[in-house]
Design a protein around this ligand. Structure first.
Ligand code: ADP
Ligand code: MG
Length: 601
């Protein structure tokens, strides 16, 4: 067969590329204004007619172009902004792909006038669907003026696809606002159908916000300022009262580029947590400054998505910057700073203190009525009192010493009351009837099972808020299963929201359980499914059991004497201390009579 592959002509290749870069008039506005910013303009004028459908014109007083450059600027992959691939990681300009003008020129009638500052005459270019119709010298202002007429004139399908003038114009204003916010030191104006919509003098950020959004913002803003070795976060946030019913006035700029990033947006709303009414959205304009080598802008042709190499770190700084701004400007007296400090401590050191947990368990246990029963059980008889003077203490002392002298401390750990851990698996303790052995894991599962069952039956458990929420993508069936049990999982203490296809953003986990959000959630679902096939439990019992399984202390984990006491206490205060929820024995007592039998001659 003959060769059939051909290179596409430039005009077609450019049209295809235009599909990605130029979706609507607002995209052309963005590209042209960004070029003007990159050209060092201090004054940028935007003129549109019929919401950009018949005319988009951007006039700047930037560095202009030579005759040759003007011509070259319309070629694809023609750029003055990068020379090597490494430059991508040093990027400070808005553009770098060298395809915007080529794309726009492919789908419109374009006219360009441009002049270098030190030259008398400039050059004019007329282009139609990538084809240069005319280029000639012309008298013009220094800088560049580019007019885009009849966007998509040669692709009727795209042109018909455009929305009403109202809709397209609102896209343009949105784009204009972002650009103007990102560059308050540049003067911007927007003229629509001869009506001056915006006339923004060069100023500082706070004033630019007020000029764009209205005078009432003046008293409603709090400055944000936070700097670490990695990033700097500055900008302004609005008082909770300023929050709107519609998301919209929320801007995050990375190196002065507007970006969409749900994850960072979540960092901000998380910092506002508890201060806003449901479904209301706070105002914010945040600037994240970061060394370009830590980000990748080249994720999407429109460059509104970027990747950070350490997104979590940036999240943390944004969160705390906003939290601080809310606090120091006393935007809300309701903020509980003590709690925040704890949260920070938790994140920076260990996820939780098991001691605290057991303390709490133990106190609970003490409050229960059947505790007396348990205390009786532990009352030590003095069986040998007839043989030795003050036997109990001596017996105890001897045993304790002998235990401490054990060469391998992983074998046993002994407590004041003669409770000790054997092989980091069993809790051993003397009782009236003999010596009691408790399987630490089985016992803890029993205790936690009952606790989680209470959460599921109407007394929801506490949640610990994550400083770094994690996303988790599940298989479709697991996702469906999660949705089925959404309420129950919530009652256990998890907090999450849907975050894309089969993906959750987990922002809270059951209080007092160690482990990462992802690990805990995934573990819970896995265990639940395993139970489902093996145990045939009702849903709540299954979930409580699965959670208990995940959260319980494991064999091989060292426990302090206090923890062991507390666990034993909770076990005997539980409804069914004899068995773990899946039927393993939790303890047995080696009877004194058996001990005596061993010694009978
Ligand atoms: P990019 O901005 O990615 O480089 P563009 O297609 O948007 O690609 O622009 C191509 C080149 O044309 C730019 O690199 C720049 O050198 C030049 N250019 C475009 N617009 C202007 C302008 N308003 N003033 C000066 N030079 C411009
Ligand atoms: Mg550009």
């Amino acid at each position: 067969m003959a060769d059939i592959i051909q290179l596409l002509p430039d005009s077609i290749a450019n049209q295809i590329a235009a599909g990605e870069v130029v979706q609507r008039p607002a995209s052309a506005v963005k590209e042209l204004v960004e070029n003007a910013i990159d050209a060092g303009a201090t004054v940028i004028q935007l003129i549109v007619k019929e919401a950009g459908k018949t005319l988009i014109q951007v006039i700047d007083n930037g560095q202009g172009m030579s005759e040759t450059d003007a011509r070259l600027s319309l070629e694809r992959h023609a750029t003055s902004k990068i020379r090597t691939a490494d430059d991508l990681f040093r990027l400070r300009t808005m553009g770098f792909r060298g395809e915007a003008l080529a794309s726009i020129a492919a789908v419109s009638q374009l006219e360009m006038k441009t002049r270098l500052p030190h030259q008398d005459l400039g050059t004019m270019l007329v282009v139609e669907g990538s084809e240069v119709k005319r280029q000639e010298p012309t008298a013009c202002e220094r800088g560049t003026s580019i007019s885009i007429k009849n966007l998509f004139y040669n692709i009727p399908a795209r042109r018909n696809f455009l929305k009403s003038n109202g809709v397209e114009m609102s896209h343009i204003t949105e784009e204009f606002q972002r650009l103007a916010l990102a560059h308050p030191s540049i003067s911007f104006s927007l003229l629509q159908q001869d009506e001056l919509l915006y006339d923004l003098p060069a100023t500082k950020l706070s004033q630019r916000i007020v000029n764009l959004f209205g005078k009432n913002y003046q008293s409603q803003l709090a400055p944000v300022q936070e700097e670490t070795a990695l990033v700097k976060v500055t900008g302004y946030i609005g008082r909770p009262e300023l929050a709107k019913k519609k998301r919209g006035e929320q801007f995050i700029f990375v190196n002065q580029r507007f970006i969409r990033n749900n994850y960072l947006g979540f960092a901000v709303s998380n910092a506002y947590a508890g201060l806003l009414q449901e479904n209301s959205f706070p105002f914010y304009t945040l600037f994240i400054d970061i060394d370009p080598k830590h980000i990748d802008v080249n994720v999407h042709p429109t460059k509104t998505e970027i990747k950070f190499d350490d997104e979590r770190a940036v999240y943390g700084v944004v969160w705390s910057a906003v939290k601080q701004a809310l606090g120091t400007h006393n935007l809300s007296p309701a903020i509980d700073f003590a709690a925040d400090v704890n949260l920070m401590g938790k994140i920076s050191s260990q996820p939780l203190s098991r001691d605290q947990y057991y303390d709490e368990q133990f106190t609970h246990a003490l409050q229960r009525s059947n505790l007396q029963h348990w205390e009786k059980m532990f009352e030590q008889e003095a069986p040998h009192s007839r043989l030795i003077g003050n036997p109990t203490d001596e017996v105890r002392t001897v045993r304790k010493d002998s235990l401490i002298n054990q060469p391998d401390s992983t074998l046993v750990s002994a407590g004041e009351k003669g409770i000790f851990q054997l092989q980091q698996k069993y809790i051993v303790r003397a009782t009236r009837q003999g010596v009691m052995f408790i399987d630490q894991q089985a016992a803890h599962e029993r205790v936690l099972f009952e606790k989680y069952l209470r959460h599921l039956k109407g007394a929801p458990g506490n949640s610990q808020q994550s400083l770094f929420p994690q996303t988790l993508t599940l298989s479709a069936p697991d996702f469906a299963l999660t949705m089925e049990m959404e309420r129950e999982i919530y009652a256990l203490g998890f907090r999450f929201e849907i975050f894309g296809k089969n993906t959750l953003l987990i922002s809270g986990t059951p209080a007092d359980v160690a482990g990462s959000e992802k690990e805990l959630f995934e573990g819970l679902i896995e265990q639940f499914k395993k139970n489902q096939s093996e145990l045939h439990l009702p849903l709540r019992e299954n979930l409580a059991q699965a959670m208990a399984r995940r959260a319980a202390v494991k064999a091989g984990q060292k426990m302090s004497p206090e923890e062991m006491e507390a666990l034993a206490g909770s076990l005997f205060a539980s409804g069914n201390p004899n068995f773990s929820p899946d039927g393993r024995q939790t303890f047995f007592i080696f009877d004194t009579s058996k001990i005596e039998n061993q010694f009978t001659r």
